[in-house]
Ligand binder design. Structure first.
Ligand SMILES: *[C@@H]1O[C@H](CO)[C@@H](O)[C@H](O)[C@H]1NC(C)=O
Ligand SMILES: *[C@@H]1O[C@H](CO)[C@@H](O)[C@H](O)[C@H]1NC(C)=O
Length: 336
């Protein structure tokens, strides 16, 4: 599906607003967006990670086709980038979050998908060893995660790198899985993690997760929030305050919803806004529309789902629900 630029609505900044420097906005020149790959059938690509080989790891949905969802890699620097299946994960028909673990291992969540929710009792956290160039994958473990209808964005706890937090946007909870002991528990449940309730266009709450300097950053798709909360070294919420960084204006639906995001080393947040854009929030709270791939742009951006920024902050990769992998050149090298 294609959503014209006219449906884009801006987010309202509620955090550090006093530090916004309008000069930063005037200097903004939209970066170059190129398409790395486009699935012919608009396969929904849900998430991505940048591997040490600089290949991208992709999770995708495979709904309605009766076959298992696949874990893929793609080399964005090759002449003709093409996705390669590196593992099949159990009976999962949809794969969601990705989190790097120590020792070339990755935690991948997935299960049998229904409509905006998974089938109870089908969700697992798969541990996959990914090595080499080109990368190959082998499934090391499948940890059952019972009694949940959603595991979405995921992040490892920095001081306990074998433990991941997973966003349950249906139950309004943050799940915690220790990948060594295979223990699953709930760190916290809160109305700010729930969907909007009722029969809404997007009945999903907490979606993307990232941790930086003792804060858990999260998006809540259905409530249109980008927010953060203090956590302790084990990933538990500290105190009661949820700080709202940005709130979407206008009705939230699949053409106007925060999805996954990434944080760069300079503290900026790059947030996928479903519809056709990527928003950037600097650590000082300045918001710019980094990518607005609507009608008239060189690359039509179809429902961005997730973002991964390279460690050096030069390149940003985007996955979309329209089967695309895109590259955004944040700091083009000056040509001589
Ligand atoms: C996959 O599905 C089959 C058929 O329903 C079932 O027998 C098997 O236990 C399932 N495997 C996993 C890992 O859940
Ligand atoms: C999942 O199924 C179990 C067993 O039927 C049930 O006890 C539990 O309440 C269900 N959980 C959810 C989130 O629906």
């Amino acid at each position: 599906m294609f959503f014209p630029a006219s449906v884009l609505r801006t987010a309202v900044l509620l955090w550090l607003a006093s530090e916004i420097n309008p000069a930063d906005c005037r200097k903004h020149v939209p970066p170059a967006v190129t398409q790395v790959y486009q699935y012919p059938d608009d396969t929904w690509i849900e998430n991505l990670a940048i591997l040490s080989s600089r290949h991208l790891l992709l999770t995708a949905f495979n709904i309605g086709s009766g076959s298992a969802a696949k874990l893929l890699t793609i080399d964005p620097d090759s002449v003709n980038p093409t996705p390669h299946v590196i593992a099949k994960l159990g009976n999962a028909t949809a794969l969601t979050g990705i989190s790097a673990l120590p020792g070339n291992r990755y935690a991948i969540s997935g299960g049998e998908y229904g409509t905006f929710a998974f089938v109870n009792g089908t969700m697992s956290l798969f541990i996959v060893s990914i090595k080499g160039n080109p990368p190959t994958g082998s499934v090391i473990d499948a940890i059952p995660v019972p009694d949940t209808l959603m595991m979405n964005g995921m992040v490892a706890v920095p001081s306990q790198p074998f433990t991941v937090l997973s966003a349950d946007g249906v139950g309004g909870r943050i799940l915690r899985i220790n990948t060594r002991t295979r223990q699953v528990d709930v760190t916290w449940a809160d109305p700010s993690l729930l969907g909007p309730g009722g029969n809404t266009a997007l009945p999903v709450g907490v979606n993307g997760l990232r941790i930086r300097h003792g804060w858990l950053y999260f998006t809540n798709s259905g409530q249109g929030l980008f927010a953060r909360v203090r956590i302790d070294r084990a990933g538990n919420k500290v105190g009661s305050e949820v700080q709202i960084i940005a709130k979407l204006t206008g009705p939230v639906d699949l053409t106007n919803a925060f999805d996954d995001f990434d944080l760069s080393s300079d503290g900026a947040a790059y947030v996928a806004l479903e519809g056709s854009s990527i928003l950037k929030f600097t650590s000082r709270g300045v918001q710019t529309t980094l990518v607005a791939g609507g009608q008239g742009s060189a690359v039509v951006v179809k429902t961005p789902t997730s973002v991964a920024v390279e460690d050096d902050g030069r390149m940003l990769y985007v996955t979309t629900g329209g089967g695309q992998v895109l590259r955004v050149d944040l700091k083009p090298l000056k040509s001589n």
